[in-house]
Design a protein around this ligand. Structure first.
Ligand code: SAM
Ligand code: SF4
Length: 359
């Protein structure tokens, strides 16, 4: 019985159909994309993400089941969410992930299902995922040098990740590469990554280091900015220009689907690179995503803590109608974002933990 959860609500409201079909916030932004973190666990220990020592994992019983995720996505799809990204932690640690992909794919308003992975386990599973309906994959890779790869990720998996990139292409998935550049760690490989993009045809998206690290190592001077990256590329390879300066077609931009990266191309037409300048050019004003953590919290912003607990209301037997109302109310309260934190000079390490909230 849902009685206790309806306290304080006008019961007449409960019977009324909810006319709202979108999730909008007080800054006029509308949520269209949902990132679902499937686990806080990972088979890597990237220094910019995971704590290196004792990690307090979510309890198994607190992790949302596939049925619970499906139910929430059905409700969210009725509120305008139409693109899903599966992430984590490492999403491929969840068994039978293809079952979840197949069930989400059946939700009619959902236009695409993508995944972000470290690639360690992808090669073996990629065919099943593609057959289940996965549309595209972002594979994280920060170095082509085995020793450095190990120093950053704590694993020897470089070859496996490279094999996964090939395996994903071979089954017909769209592939993008996510590369976090940290000053003093890997900026000397920017040119190699750009050459990789130009030779392979995969979009490489360079990401600025965000204070979402578990270890507390983030500092402003470790942030290698988008402008610095662009200067290196222009100096060593050639001029690049934003793609929207050369194409006005929103269809072709959608096809590339590199959001939130701003994409750039070269004069010779060979290769596309993207930048996610979360620190030096925050894109909060156009943010159209919300997040579901693996333990069932709704996060409307990467920097929101602790988030709204959906798991307990799901498990308390609350109706879809009521859940919908709470989703609408919580998205309405979405904070302005990192832009506000930067303006008020409050950037500091570990503002949240990427592996828990889902990058
Ligand atoms: N385990 C998967 C992976 O590594 O792709 C998915 C989860 S991971 C948290 C998602 C993305 O966030 C990865 O591309 C990773 O490089 C990025 N990331 C993690 N911590 C970050 C940080 N502090 N700043 C910027 N990007 C970060
Ligand atoms: Fe794991 Fe991805 Fe975080 Fe690396 S970035 S520790 S692979 S969740």
């Amino acid at each position: 019985m849902i009685k206790t959860h309806n306290e304080g609500l006008n019961t007449n409201e409960l019977d009324l159909p909810i006319r709202q079909t979108t999730l909008s916030d007080s800054f006029g932004r509308v949520a269209r994309k949902l990132r679902i973190s499937l686990t806080d666990r990972c088979n890597m220990r990237c220094k910019y993400c995971m704590p290196q020592g004792n990690i307090k994992w979510f309890k198994n019983e607190d992790i949302l089941t596939y049925d619970e995720i499906f139910r929430l996505v059905v409700i969210l799809a009725s509120l305008g969410i139409d693109r899903i990204r599966l992430t984590g932690g490492e999403p491929l640690l969840r068994p039978k992930l293809e079952d979840l992909v197949a069930s989400l794919k059946r939700i009619t308003p959902i236009k695409s299902i993508s995944m972000t992975t470290n690639g360690l386990l992808l090669a073996d599973k990629v065919k099943r995922l593609k057959e289940a309906g996965l549309d595209s994959v972002n594979i994280s890779l920060d170095s082509f040098k085995p020793t450095r790869f190990k120093a950053i990720t704590g694993t020897d998996g470089l070859e496996k990740v490279r094999d996964s990139i090939d395996a994903a292409v071979s089954v017909g998935l769209r592939v993008k590469i996510n590369t976090v550049i940290v000053r003093g760690w890997n900026e000397d490989e920017i040119v190699d990554f750009v050459e990789f993009a130009r030779n392979s045809g995969h979009i490489v998206r360079f990401i600025e280091f965000m204070p979402l690290d578990g270890e507390g190592i983030w500092q402003t001077n470790l942030v290698f900015s988008k402008n610095e990256m662009i200067n290196i590329i222009i100096k060593n390879i050639g001029n690049i220009v934003p793609i929207n300066a050369v194409t006005n077609s929103s269809d072709s931009m959608n096809m590339l689907n590199a959001d939130p990266a701003t994409l750039y191309c070269f004069a010779d037409g060979k290769g596309i690179v993207g930048f996610i300048p979360s620190i030096t050019e925050p894109f909060c004003n156009s943010c159209d995503r919300i997040r579901l953590t693996s333990d069932g919290k709704l996060l409307t912003c990467l920097f929101e803590k602790p988030g709204y607990d959906l798991r307990n209301i799901l498990r308390a037997g609350i109706s879809d109608h009521e859940i919908k109302k709470r989703l609408i109310a919580n998205v309405k309260k979405k904070p302005e974002g990192i832009i506000r934190i930067i303006k008020s000079n409050k950037l500091e390490p570990s503002l949240n933990m990427m592996h828990r909230i889902g990058g």
